[in-house]
Design a protein around this ligand. Sequence first.
Ligand code: F3S
Length: 732
Amino acid sequence: MKEIKVAESAGFCFGVKRSVEMAEKLLEEKGTCLSYGELIHNEDVVTELKRRGLRIAASPEDIREGESVIIRAHGVPEATVKALEAAGANLFDATCPKVKHIHKIVRAAAEEGSAVLVIGMKNHPEVEAICGWCGECYTVENPQETETFLNEYPDFSSKPLCVVVQTTQTLGNFNNCIKIIKKRCTNAKIFDTICLATSTRQNEATELASACDAMVVIGGRHSANSVHLAEICREHCGNVQFVERAEELDLKVLADSSIIGITAGASTPSWIIKEVRNKMDELKVEESTVFEKAAEAAEETAEAVKETVTAAAEEAAEEVAEAAENVAEAAGEVAEEAAAAVEEAVETAAEEPAPKKPESDSFDAMLEETLKPIYNGDKVKGVVTGISSTEVTLDLGTKYTGFIPTTEFTDGGAKLEDAVKLGDEISAIVVRVNDVEGTAMLSKKRLDNIRFWDDLEAAAEEGGVVEGTVTEQNKGGVVVNVKGARVFVPASQTDLPREADLAELLKKTVHLKITEVNKARKRIVGSIRRAASAERHARAQELWENIEIGKKYHSVVKSLTSYGAFCELVPGIDGMVHVSELSWGRLRNPAEVVKVGDELDVYVIGFDKDKRRISLGYKDPEADPWKIFRSQYNVGDVASVKVVKLMQFGAFCEVVPGVDGLVHISQLADHRVAKVEDAVKVGDVVDAKIIAIDDDKQKISLSIRALLEGEPAPEEAEPEAEAEEEAAPEEA
Ligand code: F3S
């Protein structure tokens, strides 16, 4: 499972945001405006603004009288401001107040007769602008250049020197440079003018890169702060990708990383961060709370800025900026804090939650919904409005029309007419948004695939059981097809005995637990054994929870002993049918009626949950011979009985199958009988009168003599007969 962490500070800084919003506002009001140079170092944002009417002026000559011109966040030299004013430009100064503050520092230094040394990138617009607000100005990029500069201009060992640093420089580089300056110059005034937003972003990048296996830095190639971020990340992480947008992201490089960090330069908009993050969904990822916070915060911030803060925050920013600048003039270091306060004030304002959308389906709410942008990688839902042989068209409820080409519908390339109908609701992933055409190409199969892997991962995590068909057997085990995915089950996990032939599983439907999912390598491993064991456990538990006297089970005879048959009720749980419970007849051994492997319908006649013992009955209570006898005969009835056994004291006769009665020797005839065999023999069928029934002992007394004319009442013979019968051998 991969984890993605997005730096909370990733994305637009206050200054960049302010300049972009200024441009957006002007474009909205006037339909067109110019920026002096690229507004920010992000091609996508600038392209989008250009699409809305922004033009780029490279020099004051490009400007016509009265045109609105934005000075970008990096600022411009004083001479440029003057040239623009002279050209009749209607100026909108988006110079970041923090940069403006540096202008004031260097100007004051110049007025005091001090030279200025800027630590920063020589050709960077911000550095060029700073140099344009003072007189004698030099630039060094690193400690080596600082040494060279001081060697070249040894006078600065005592001459006044004002040192400032480009807002986006790293603290490390700045510290290394000033170490040299402090050592060699006695009259240097050093101002740490690194922007707080930059140092926060860099500190976070350091922490993140140290904790991650891979880092993705998003930013423009010409963006100094993004380049520095990538440098910082490379110092702490061996796998760093610097990309400008999602398409440049190489997922293969991230395949083996389990924790991936994302940070972004100050000129990277939240939607590009979101697209990069969405693309990573193709890797297996664990939702990161940091990301959620950062992405949502970025979204919310953007929304909030757009919807509520624009006017208020700008006013606040300008007012506070003014205040900060005044303070800066009074005391340089205090101004630094004031500038930070500016940022804080505006950022706090910007982070105010966006006003809640009206819950009703008001026209405004619906309009807002339709204007909502969608981005590559977003999950969307739409209603089918058209079906052709090549694509399905969807109403996404936004300004974009969605379409899913056949190839993106399912893996199998389903016939669209059969797969969907008009009005169906379909979810899909946005693959490509075309703003010019107002269309969004979607992929249902990619979403299905993501969900499928999600399901597998969830199954692996939660120990859930999936179903599949065994399609292949190989040296190490078998392959099970689970919804089109190949799941390998090692031989040891098949639940077959070691010596068994794995081929016997082929084409069988099996249940298995997913034990390993490696999406990057497309490897899924499962265990039939674990699923079977879990199933056994669950069934056993269910049995013990629900067992009750009389409950019936379909069982299989697993083993026989001389005293009973052990029957499996559910896998792993056996009960015993005592030999006496196997049949209504008399049995010497259970094997007379059942054998191992027989399937028996048994019922519970007793159980002990603690000792895990279950006694079972097999005889059908409805077939109880005594019941049958009692349903047919009463005392006084005459039955045709069969002599089954002769004893000294009388003859046992079968009245109904399984129920015998005794004809005492005294009841065999109307005269005295010396020996029982003198009157009847085994196998004879004779009529006998039922002269007594003992339901408790299930005994019957019969009399042939009672049927003979003029004979005395049978009751006289009963006590004697009973006593002898009690003394009869068991088998009688
Ligand atoms: Fe951004 Fe201004 Fe700092 S432009 S990086 S907030 S100096």
